[in-house]
Design a protein around this ligand. Structure first.
Ligand code: SF4
Ligand code: SF4
Ligand code: FES
Length: 357
């Protein structure tokens, strides 16, 4: 019974739990097994074979991401043989790709293929030949670029759309060189069930799917800085990385380790950030004059005007005519102050917050 839950991993006996794959065990033990079609949030798929390891007794190296551990296995993750195998597989993938060096603004995982090509010093033109995947330059949606010349058929986009977004907006048609990521009836994303959540973009390891909006800033000079924060839109509290260049927001990426969202966002959190630095954004209170025109005012004037409005309603209709709805974009402290105003100020429980919706 002693070895019931152990395998031998690179010469050491290590424990594993029921249902763990060889890749998960190797990763837990900090083995640097490369992957391309793997996304820890998704069911393993086994398309790229880059995660191969040597398994004693098996004729060929096995894909570690789809191989469940069983007691007594002997596994080697970094032998010359598997490293040569991985490099050749990588060169096959890289040879089909028109562009390895994509801009990091393209998406969260967009640098994965490039990082592996660099790590293995893989030749990108070794197996030049026919290409699979036709780009959809006709897809004019404002958010997602679909450049399937860079696609490696890892199916991460299709799987994240189905397994995480529950949307099934995209699928695969054809086989071999005719493999193509597509929507129903091959139409543009806007005519599909796509919610523009952006998850396919951020799991794509090659930039084949890319954040079209962020890429508009690709030529802006300066390093990309990422700032971890919480999406301001609703009460879920999704973690995001705000990307800036020279203090300007150039894009938003979901935080893969965000406890509330694990890499998921909705279309607003993902793409609707222009208001933050919009030139027409209000920077001072506006008060409407007797002529009905809004004019800039001091905070004191604006608050006096608001207080007078509340008093007028209270005099005419009683306090029960007052109801407060706090903005989901307001911080906790402001929401707290607002409910205090309703409860302590007017003795009402007429208070809600649009984050609840
Ligand atoms: S943006 Fe979201 S809903 Fe649309 S295809 Fe990608 S994963 Fe599916
Ligand atoms: S578009 Fe990207 S995520 Fe989708 S199959 Fe191709 S390479 Fe993979
Ligand atoms: S990462 Fe295991 S087969 Fe692709």
């Amino acid at each position: 019974m002693a070895d019931r839950y152990t395998i031998n991993l690179d010469g050491s006996d290590v424990a594993f739990a029921d249902g763990e794959t060889l890749y998960e065990i190797a990763e837990r033990h900090r083995k640097e097994v490369p992957t391309l079609c793997y996304d820890p949030r998704l069911e393993a798929f086994g398309a790229c074979r880059l995660c191969v390891v040597e398994l004693e007794g098996a004729r060929n190296p096995v894909a570690s991401c789809t191989t469940l551990a069983t007691p007594g296995m002997t596994v080697r993750t970094g032998t010359d043989k598997v490293e040569r195998y991985r490099k050749t597989l990588l060169e096959l993938v890289a040879s089909e790709n028109r562009e390895i060096d994509v801009d990091p603004l393209a998406g969260h995982a967009s640098q994965e293929l490039k990082a592996l090509v660099d790590r293995y010093e893989a030749r990108t033109g070794r197996f030049q030949g026919r290409q699979s995947g036709a780009s959809r330059e006709d897809d004019a949606n404002p958010f997602i670029l679909r450049d399937y010349d860079l696609c490696i058929s890892c199916n991460r986009c299709v799987r994240v759309c189905a397994e995480r977004e529950g949307d099934y907006a995209i699928s695969v048609k054809g086989r071999g060189f005719d493999t193509q990521i597509t929507t129903e009836f091959s139409g543009p994303l806007e005519d599909s069930d796509c919610t523009f959540c952006g998850q396919c973009v951020h799991t794509c390891p090659t930039g084949a799917l890319a954040d079209r909006k962020a890429l508009r800033h690709a030529d802006v000079p300066g390093e990309i800085e990422k700032t971890r924060t919480i999406c301001p839109y609703c009460g879920v509290g999704c973690s995001v990385d705000i990307m800036t260049k020279d203090d300007r927001i150039v894009g938003v990426q979901p935080a893969m380790d965000g406890p509330a969202n694990l890499g998921a966002l909705c279309v607003k959190g993902q793409f609707a950030y222009d208001f933050v630095q919009h030139e027409e954004r209000l920077k001072t209170p506006l008060v409407r004059g007797d002529d009905g025109v809004l004019r800039p005012a001091s905070w004191d004037d604006a608050l006096d005007r608001a207080a007078e409005g509340f008093r007028r309603v209270e005099r005419k209709h009683g306090p029960a005519a007052i109801f407060g709805v706090a903005s989901g974009r307001a911080p906790h402290e402001a929401a707290y102050a607002m409910q205090k105003l309703m409860r302590a100020g007017w003795g009402l429980n007429h208070i809600d917050n649009c984050s609840r919706a």
